[in-house]
Design a protein around this ligand. Structure first.
Ligand SMILES: [Zn+2]
Length: 440
């Protein structure tokens, strides 16, 4: 849908991070644009009343509204910032096992050392989730040890990045090629790595099938996969984390409008935006959505007034991680404390401080609208950082990050206001930050 076949974007802005679109047999192609089923029976969580049964179990992934600061779930098969429907997407908790397959083609063979090189690179990815989830998610990767042969030319899968069905046939071919050697009943995720010479595969879209639409092997239905492309060489191992983030239901935060400033919404502040960012941890909102933060770690505000909160750093376990102000039906303002963590790159392009952003479920992954329309230039996008210094770039940082590097409140007294919510940094206590949040 938001993925033009004639995408001419530069390598730097390569679409590595295609949104996952859940498809069923009902998906139709109209003028080259894939339309998601209107309301996939398996992909829509009710947007209704809080679920008493859900409670606030520690670290539990959940599909329904529980806290009054969560946002209503849109009825769509796309990823969004509401509660995740784990009937379709993969719960990001406990041990999640992925098998990394290496497949070649009748017209594309690997070079010596390619399998070992990819294995070495991707081995760094699980730790990102371990850190970001405070140990709640243990992604275990098993790397196949040989190239499996798909006895077709790679061009047979040319539609893999725009057609659910073609991408499914590619995943199925990879699974079939490896099935004699691999017991797929042990895995929830299939990662498919082609040789660099298979030029069909330029980008690395994730793939999610609704129940019944997956690939069956060894008695299990495989519904979650990532098909890697050559952009792996550009982004490095964290592209595995970004794409796996989609399997967990997280949306893209960059713009699907090629004509826009792609990373205008969140700059380098979240892995679902810019993969090569200086601050690639996931927003507190995403960690809460994923079940890695409990409701007790969220200071939920639903009424007017002013109150102070001490926020512990996002990158360290424990404490209050965010103030969330539910400002309207599908909108919230979030306040969090970003200090350099093990996931971050300490530099002038990471200005530690209090970060404020707006979240909405009015639009979907990449800012796409209901029905699949690409967003207008400027958004709205699922998350937008509130910039303390609008118009003032940090010009020494990358073009994608420079506008929002200095969005943070770094000095006592710094203040931003968005949508009737005023946030002021009132004290620093080691790495903790005290903020006053006033809602009018
Ligand atoms: Zn993406």
């Amino acid at each position: 849908m938001s993925e033009p076949a004639n995408d001419r974007r530069s390598r730097r802005r390569m679409w590595t991070s295609l949104s996952v679109r859940v498809r069923t047999a009902l998906a139709v192609v109209v003028a080259g644009v894939l339309l998601a089923p209107a309301v996939p029976a398996t992909a829509a969580s009710p947007a209704g009343a809080p679920s008493a049964a859900g409670g606030s179990a520690v670290g539990a992934a959940r599909s329904t509204l529980v806290s009054p600061c969560q946002l209503p779930t849109p009825a769509t098969g796309w990823q969004h910032e509401g509660p995740t429907n784990y009937a379709t997407w993969l719960p990001p908790s406990g041990t999640v096992r992925g098998i990394v397959l290496f497949v070649d083609f009748t017209n594309a063979a690997p070079v010596a050392g390619e399998l070992a090189g990819r294995t070495s690179m991707f081995s760094a990815a699980p730790n990102v989730f371990t850190q970001a989830s405070y140990g709640a998610l243990n992604l275990q990767l098993t790397f196949d040890t040989a190239w499996r042969h798909i006895l077709q030319p790679h061009g047979n899968f040319a539609g893999y990045k725009s057609s659910f069905t073609t991408q499914r046939s590619y995943v199925a071919a990879a699974v079939a090629a490896a099935n004699a050697a691999i017991d797929f009943s042990s895995y929830q995720i299939v990662y498919v790595v082609p040789p660099k010479s298979a030029t069909t595969f330029d980008i690395s879209p994730a793939w999610v099938a609704a129940p019944g639409g997956g690939v069956t092997a060894d008695g299990v239905e495989l519904r979650h996969a990532v098909t890697f492309g050559q952009d792996v060489d550009y982004w490095g191992y964290k592209i595995l984390n970004h794409e796996t983030g989609h399997l967990f239901g997280l949306p893209d935060l960059y713009s699907y409008n090629n004509a826009d400033s792609i990373h205008r919404a969140v700059g380098g502040w979240d892995l679902m935006g810019l993969i090569s960012a200086s601050a690639p941890d996931l927003f507190a909102w995403h960690k809460w959505k994923a079940g890695w933060l409990t409701d007790s770690q969220i200071d939920c505000r639903t009424t007017t007034g002013s109150a102070s909160t001490v926020l512990t750093p996002l990158g360290a376990a424990g404490g209050t991680k965010a103030v969330v102000v539910h400002t309207g039906g599908n909108t919230a303002v979030v306040v969090e404390n970003r200090q350099v963590s093990t996931l971050d790159v300490a530099s002038g392009c990471f200005q530690a401080g209090v970060l404020v952003y707006r979240v909405t479920t009015a639009v979907f992954s990449g800012g796409a609208w209901p029905g699949g329309n690409v967003p207008p230039i400027g958004g709205p996008f699922p998350v937008e950082v509130v910039d303390r210094t609008p118009g003032l770039d940090v010009t020494t940082c990358s073009a994608d990050e420079k506008a929002l590097v200095n969005a943070t409140l770094t000095t006592i007294g710094h203040t931003v206001t968005y949508g009737g919510v005023t946030v002021q940094l009132t004290n620093t206590l080691g790495n903790d930050r005290e903020v006053s949040v006033t809602v009018v």
